[in-house]
Design a protein around this ligand. Structure first.
Ligand code: PHE
Length: 469
């Protein structure tokens, strides 16, 4: 059967590749998830494990995904068929698992993005002006509050759902415009602006009285805090942060330019992404300690601290509004890359038109996402349903970040390490011999064959209790 004649789009330049990839990596993971997980898991010790995961597993898996994507110029499922030469190859299960992970992540991510959109709206309409330490908690409860079970539905109950629908409408509209027009234009302009705003926020947070305790919390490593669940969370966060283990970077790699130095791109994206997370941490933890709050406050940490920092500065109101606006953009660009995984699969493998695939996927996510939104607080409609002790929201998060993504990463490492020829890998990573990077390619191949799989397997065995360390 001949290949269908689908014209593939791609990114236009090296800079566009970098910003689009960074646009996928940087998102709520940096600004919302990284600080709250670091806070809940004891600070510096968690951070140390996180760094190790990024360097020893994250970057090598990212290079592997780029390799698979650009070598084949296919989506996360089709690429495995091309590389193995077998349409029925079991390796394409990685791609299918990735499509499933994209859905699971989107179910809760679109909910959190809805909170951010809502805070942005509140900031622009002046509703956060002069907010006090005592008011931030109840306000957060009100924003996420999906109503109390047994009570009639009210406007407050519906608001997080309405915001979630708004989020999915925005994402769907941009995605239906296509890769270059949609994803590229937005990411190139907004990433640098977000960076600038976080730095302004840092300067204020670091000069608050008592800020030093926050820095200490972030950087002081207490080895007794390192337990199996902490290690698994740090690993899961590394995958979630760099958008790995589920084919996002395969799909993006398939749009890369031919002359991109993919090992360098992976290193630069990982470093910049980690920098953004650190800067977010440096804004949040000093504020937490300065206001005498709890670092382990959980998913509300971002929403309860940032309004307080901006309150302490001149033009705070407008800067706060800009901060939430840019966070909306960061969340949106990350979601574009998430939903692109099923869309590319639908268009190329199931032969559905791009617009139809976009509408179908966005509606599906908005509908199932309701279960996450209505389960966040335990008194809400679905909050009482627990699976393995977790509500819907936490279950989607745990299954995707801590299980599917690291498992996908392990399979990707093994696939590239053991089922692809050295010459093919060297050819692709050196841009057909135009880059003199043979020793880096060999080091990469060693890591992907031995180091990353060994670490991933050890963490899995440790977390199911078979192995103790
Ligand atoms: N990396 C994104 C973030 O940190 C989330 C994401 C995960 C995006 C997986 C794509 C794939 O917000």
């Amino acid at each position: 059967m001949s290949e269908p004649n689908i014209k593939r789009e791609g990114f236009s330049s090296g800079l566009a590749v970098f910003f689009a990839t960074l646009g996928s990596a940087v998102g709520l993971g940096n600004i919302w998830k990284f600080p709250y997980l670091t806070g809940a898991n004891g600070g510096g010790a968690f951070l140390l494990i996180y760094f190790i995961c990024i360097v020893c597993v994250g970057v090598p898996v990212m290079v592997s995904e780029f390799y698979i994507g650009r070598r084949t110029r296919k989506n996360a499922v089709g690429s495995f068929k091309v590389l193995t030469g077998k349409p029925g190859t079991p390796w394409k299960g990685i791609g299918l698992m990735g499509v499933a992970a994209a859905y699971l992540i989107m179910f809760f991510y679109s909910d959190v993005a809805g909170w951010v959109y809502f805070y942005c709206f509140k900031a622009f309409t002046g509703q956060l002006a002069g907010i006090t330490k005592d008011a931030v908690g109840p306000l957060f409860g009100q924003v996420i509050g999906a109503g109390t079970a047994g009570q009639p539905l009210s406007a407050a109950t519906l608001s997080p759902l309405v915001w979630q629908v708004i989020v999915m409408t925005v994402v769907g509209t941009i995605l239906s415009m296509g890769v270059r027009g949609g994803i590229e234009r937005i990411t190139k302009t907004l990433m640098p602006l977000l960076f600038l705003l976080i730095i302004i926020c840092d300067i204020r947070a670091l000069t608050l009285p008592g800020a030093g305790k926050g820095i200490d919390f972030l950087f002081h490593v207490d080895f007794s805090k390192i337990t199996a669940p902490v290690i698994l969370s740090a690993l899961g966060l590394a995958f979630f942060k760099l958008s790995l283990g589920m084919g996002t970077m395969i799909t993006y790699g398939s749009y890369f330019t031919d002359d991109n130095h993919m090992i360098q791109t992976a290193g630069k994206v990982a470093a910049s992404d980690t920098l953004v997370s650190m800067l977010a941490g440096l804004a949040i933890f000093p504020t937490v300690f300065s206001f005498g709050m709890e670092p382990s406050a959980g998913p509300g940490l971002l929403f309860m601290t940032i309004p307080l920092v901006f309150n302490q500065m001149p033009f705070g109101g407008i800067l706060l509004a800009c901060f939430f606006l840019l966070t909306c953009f960061a969340a949106t660009t990350a979601m574009l890359s998430l939903v692109e995984v099923p869309i590319a699969y639908f268009v190329e493998e199931l032969k559905v038109s791009r617009v139809k695939a976009t509408v179908f996927n966005c509606v599906l996510i908005a509908l199932v996402g309701i279960t996450a939104t209505l389960s966040v607080d335990s008194s809400s409609y679905l909050g009482q349903y627990k699976f393995f002790g977790k509500g819907f929201f936490d279950l989607y998060d745990y299954l995707s970040s801590n299980i599917i993504l690291p498992l996908g990463g392990l399979c990707i490492a093994l696939f590239v390490g053991y089922c692809n020829k050295r010459e093919d890998i060297a050819d692709e990573l050196s841009n057909h011999g135009t880059l003199a990077n043979a020793s880096t390619v060999d080091a990469y191949r060693f890591i992907i064959r031995f180091v990353s799989p060994a670490l991933l397997i050890l963490v899995f065995l440790n977390s199911v209790g078979i192995l103790k360390f």
